[in-house]
Design a protein around this ligand. Structure first.
Ligand code: ASP
Ligand code: MG
Length: 411
């Protein structure tokens, strides 16, 4: 008898009819001879609504109370789903994170799972029940409820699959799987059959919102294969697995698996910095100290013992960065600090890059033929990113998608 973990996102349990549909999918999975654990997110926009409500009360809510509040969203879904399954005359039991033995560290609102203690889940499975676990929540060693960061139900599902050594982990949402690029931007985007953990991580980090990044890291660490698929269709989705397995089974690998874009970036430039040791250390040391995550950095060649440094940060850290930079600029006698909000990052991602040369050159050529200027470049083993004008982003995605042969027609 196989053990299956099925996770359903908020849009899959957004109303009574959808909850009934999920119940029938879960029951069907059990009826073909599986043991089933279900993980669910809060219905629809519940988590956002709860956040808004808290912000109407106070601009500075305590993190402990925030977790207490947000954890209620998932409890709506587990109880309603248990009722729906029960009314089909199949045994089901709902469990909060704490009842299910999901144990975390003490960092409220973004807790890390330390351990899954599956004793109770196992007992109920052995009594022939479908076990329904609230995603996104855990219990810390003080006995308090914690939450696992936005999108954290994915992490709950992966951690349970790892902790109970499940035979499969299916993550259901309202899209068919992971696509070569955002289907809302490019109509021709096609669903990928397979993707490695590292590619998925790079895609998630570059703006593709399919699975929570931390859940992919944990899946990679424990070798949990994820099947990302659509609640509202029976089609195969995308299997996210190890690069090793993809190569061993000679599954289709493309030169580039995906193109991601991120408009949530701003670029800062410091003009006429003194060209002496310790300047970069000072700037980035200070930014790191206040928790600012710097993405790309370039430094120009020195002229007259002066140079410029540009770098990008996430848009929601713009103000904080600006204030710190103004201080640093005075200390270093910098002539100007510029901030450009109208930029975007475009990235091409694929394990095929490891064994092929000329991929970067091809990307630059496609952008240049489209008349797009590249402002910054960064590369990793399986990713090349460029900063361009925000205005050009859709065109850039389209042309790269076509140029690297990812469109449905070029398959
Ligand atoms: N309900 C939480 C959120 O919206 C967790 C999740 O959906 O995975 O972020
Ligand atoms: Mg959600």
């Amino acid at each position: 008898m196989a053990l299956v973990v099925m996770k359903f996102g908020g849009s899959s349990v957004a109303d009574a009819d959808k909850i009934k549909l999920v119940a029938s999918k879960v029951v069907a999975k059990k009826n073909i001879g599986n043991k089933v654990i279900v993980v669910v997110s809060a219905p629809g926009n519940t988590t956002d609504d709860l956040l808004k409500m808290a912000n109407k009360i106070t601009s500075n809510p305590s993190a402990r109370e925030m977790d207490m509040l947000l954890a209620t969203g998932e409890m709506i879904s587990i109880s309603l789903l248990a009722m729906a399954i029960d009314s089909m005359n199949v045994k089901a039991i709902s469990m909060t994170g704490s009842q299910a033995g999901i144990l975390s560290d003490a960092s409220y609102t973004c807790a890390k799972i330390k351990k899954v203690n599956p004793k109770k889940i196992k007992v109920w499975l052995s009594k022939n029940n479908i076990v329904i676990v609230a995603g996104f929540q855990a219990l810390n060693s003080n006995g308090d409820i914690t939450t696992l960061g936005r999108g954290g139900s994915d992490l709950t599902a992966v951690a349970i699959a790892a902790g109970l050594d499940a035979d499969s982990c299916e993550i259901y949402s309202d899209v068919d799987g992971v696509h070569t690029t955002d289907p809302r931007l490019v109509k021709d985007a096609r669903k990928l059959d397979y993707l490695s953990y590292d590619e998925m991580l790079e895609m998630a980090g570059s703006g593709a919102q399919v699975l929570q990044s931390r859940s992919i890291e944990v899946a990679k660490k424990f070798g949990v294969e994820i099947h990302a698929r659509n609640t509202f269709s029976e089609n195969q989705g995308t299997i996210i697995t190890s690069e090793d397995k993809i190569r061993r089974n000679k599954m289709e690998t493309l030169l580039i698996s995906g193109i991601a874009s991120d408009k949530n970036q701003v670029k800062f430039t410091l003009i006429d910095l003194p060209d002496i040791p310790g300047v970069a250390a000072k700037i980035f040391g200070r930014l790191a100290k206040i928790g600012i995550n710097v993405d790309m950095i370039i430094q120009s060649a020195a002229i007259n013992k002066k140079n410029d440094i540009s770098f990008t940060v996430n848009k929601h850290e713009m103000k904080k960065t600006q204030i710190e930079l103004d201080e640093i600029a005075t200390e270093l006698n910098v002539s100007e600090v510029l901030c450009d909000e109208n930029i975007a990052k475009i990235s091409i991602i694929g394990i095929g890059m490891k064994s092929n040369t000329g991929v970067a050159a091809k990307m630059f050529e496609i952008l240049s033929k489209t008349g797009i200027n590249i402002e910054m470049i960064s590369t990793s083993e399986i990713k090349i990113s460029c900063i361009i004008d925000e205005f050009d982003i859709t065109k850039a995605v389209e042309e790269l998608h076509k140029g690297f042969g990812l469109s449905k027609r070029s398959k």
